[in-house]
Design a protein around this ligand. Structure first.
Ligand SMILES: Cc1cc2nc3c(=O)[nH]c(=O)nc-3n(C[C@H](O)[C@H](O)[C@H](O)COP(=O)(O)OP(=O)(O)OC[C@H]3O[C@@H](n4cnc5c(N)ncnc54)[C@H](O)[C@@H]3O)c2cc1C
Length: 439
């Protein structure tokens, strides 16, 4: 006999776990999370910078849903961390300009922050001198100071949310690697590696992070999208140099269309300082060392359809130059340190004592070879797919997930399930969260 579920969520990262929590909080039904690893939050939801980003750098129109999700989720995580005793370290971020032409962007960020709902007490524009008073070792032409950006542990958040989802009745099927999906008239048969029987589900929600495009393709949708993988590497700073800066220091993105390429100084929730991440092109979503597991995997990744998107990207000269530089920063510690010396001139190669935990970003590219900015929602047969769920995805996940469940619900996707009573206990209130993101 195979397991039979009303809804199967593929992926036990922070997104899949948040989606499972809200679905079970709102509906009665047989809900399962299929996760290929032995625990939740093993990949990007653990291997990230660990910052709750305030949305000052997100365009309120072009990135509306992510900006609102980040703004709403800030208060949600703050309350959650306090209630559960999880790390919460509000160190703040200085986004610094290092070139004269970036000053206007700082002003834009300040206004975007206010438009996205941040208050004047949370954001401040600083001159170069102001920055020096706050952080004497940092060189800049000015900054926007987001005072409430916070260091957290997203793996701890996800594991705690998993327990909440289980309390609502969700079953986590770990070590369940989805290999293929067969579409029937009113159900799906989900085939797992190393399992004799498939899993039967009436509906599937794809939250598979680095494999989400692949899963969408399995169901015959999202064929116009390809993805590329970029590994973000970090270096930990030795104890003697941690006081070079006490806040996160980010630089204004040189290429706004490729914002993940600029290096930062990061203050981790446990006080460790790191620089990174870079964005090294690698051939697969789980390549944490080297560039591929084997040459065939690299070839397979390059030839994975649609190939045209990747060919279009190869005509982007800016991208090719930058990709080359990123490869160098992976090979050479000196190159990595050099990137941060732009705003921290006293940072020497010797300050970088050991590599931190690297994470891989899966960036979706369209037919023109352009990087998609926001998460992409794709309806499919008896399924719904979220691809390109990138930064600040961990920040926004509990708000984005509630908004998604409401959207699917109002489009009739859960008609077979019975709604739970309106007012439910829990740290967060579904209706208020949805209103803040979607309103
Ligand atoms: C270097 C880096 C730094 C970042 N820093 C930040 C930050 O500071 N703040 C922030 O807000 N965001 C940050 N982000 C973004 C954030 O981490 C992601 O948006 C978020 O973690 C994505 O969560 P997810 O659940 O979609 O993906 P994941 O955490 O990757 O989860 C997907 C899950 O699906 C599972 N899966 C995949 N394929 C299958 C399959 N076939 N069968 C079953 N299960 C499968 C995987 O094992 C995985 O557990 C960063 C990202 C990167 C790469």
């Amino acid at each position: 006999m195979h397991d039979s579920w009303d809804v199967a969520i593929v992926g036990g990262g922070i997104l899949g776990t948040s989606v499972a929590y809200w679905l079970a909080n709102q509906y009665e039904g047989r809900i399962a999370v299929l996760e290929k690893e032995a625990q939740v939050a093993v990949h990007t939801s653990y291997r990230n910078t660990g910052v709750v980003h305030r949305p000052f750098y997100l365009d309120p129109k072009a990135r509306r849903v992510f900006a609102r999700s980040a703004q709403t989720a800030y208060g949600m995580w703050k309350k959650y961390a306090a209630e559960r005793g999880l790390p919460w370290s509000p160190v703040g971020t200085l986004e610094v300009a290092t070139k004269p032409e970036q000053s206007s962007r700082l002003e834009r960020y300040y206004h975007w922050g206010l438009e996205n709902g941040m208050t004047e007490r949370e954001l401040e524009l600083l001159s170069s001198e102001d920055v020096r008073k706050l952080e004497p070792h940092v060189r800049s032409l000015g900054a926007v100071w987001s005072k409430t950006d916070t260091g957290v542990d997203y793996r701890a958040f996800t594991r705690s949310l998993r327990a909440d989802a289980e309390a609502e009745g969700v079953k986590f099927l770990l070590d369940s690697d989805v290999k293929s999906v067969t579409v029937g008239p009113d159900h799906l048969m989900i085939n797992l590696s190393h399992a004799k029987e498939p899993v039967k589900a009436t509906f599937l929600i794809n939250c598979a992070g680095g494999n989400s495009v692949k899963i969408a393709h399995m169901l015959g949708v999202g064929r116009e999208y390809a993805d590329l993988n970029f590994r973000g590497e970090y270096w930990e700073i030795g104890k003697d140099w941690v006081n070079l800066a006490t806040r996160n220091i980010y630089t204004v993105a040189k290429h706004p269309e490729l914002p993940f390429l600029d290096p930062h100084w990061i203050v981790r929730a446990d006080g460790r300082r790191e620089i990174g991440p870079n964005a090294v092109p690698v051939f697969g979503p789980y390549i944490y060392r080297g560039f591929f597991d084997n040459p065939w995997q690299a070839l397979e990744k390059m030839l994975e359809p649609p190939v045209m998107n990747k060919i279009a990207l190869l005509y982007n000269r800016d991208f090719l130059t930058l990709a080359g530089e990123e490869w160098m920063s992976s090979i050479s510690k000196k190159v990595m340190a050099g990137r941060a010396q732009e705003f921290l001139p006293e940072l020497k190669v010797d300050c970088l004592v050991r590599p931190g935990v690297a994470g891989v970003r899966a960036s979706v590219i369209d037919k023109k070879g352009d990087f998609a900015k926001e998460a992409i929602e794709i309806p499919g047969p008896l399924s719904f797919h979220i691809v390109n769920y990138n930064s600040p995805g961990a920040t926004g996940s509990p708000a984005f997930a509630a908004w998604l469940i409401q959207k699917l619900s109002s489009n009739g996707y859960f008609e077979g399930l019975s709604r739970r009573p309106k007012f439910r206990s829990g740290t967060w209130d579904f209706d208020s969260v949805c209103k803040l993101v979607g309103g």
